[in-house]
Design a protein. Sequence first.
Length: 195
Amino acid sequence: MNAVDDALAPLEVERAVVERLKRGERAAAAELYRWYGDKLYRTAILPRLPNVELAEDVLKDTFRLALERIEQYRPEGTTSIFFWLRRIAINRALDLHRAHARAQRIEGRDPNETIDRTMGSASPSPDRSTDVNETRAMVEASLSRVNERYAQALRLRLLDDRDREECAALMGVTVGNFDVILHRACKAFRAVYPP
């Protein structure tokens, strides 16, 4: 593919297409996909998720989410919608990569190990149990010292291991706002967590 093919659409044309999308015109969605689908796939998704089937799923999800959230898109200055789409694609790729890695870890376990762990063949050493309980207590104490909303974001995303969309929905905010809350929550937590 040459450099001309990688160029972004002219902003005035792109913004007209976005307005058509907001009015629900399907042809506008096809135009946006024709402009940026391949570029997103090659530059944002496949490098982060080198599994073709999963990468194709992420591309579909990216455009599905973009169309669902098109009312939230606000053009800024001379910035193309491509960068908004790219952020969605990267976040979806990272979420899917984590979920896939988790599933692979679970699938790769020895069934006897799972049975032993479930049936409790041996209890953990007393020292290990104490360490876990102390760490858990320090985390809970630290969470109680940060803003309640920050603590909720940290619990949902990191302790409950929920994806970003689900966390945002549970908190009643957009995914972008959730990302900001989580970033600030991490900074606040680091400031109060014991070294």
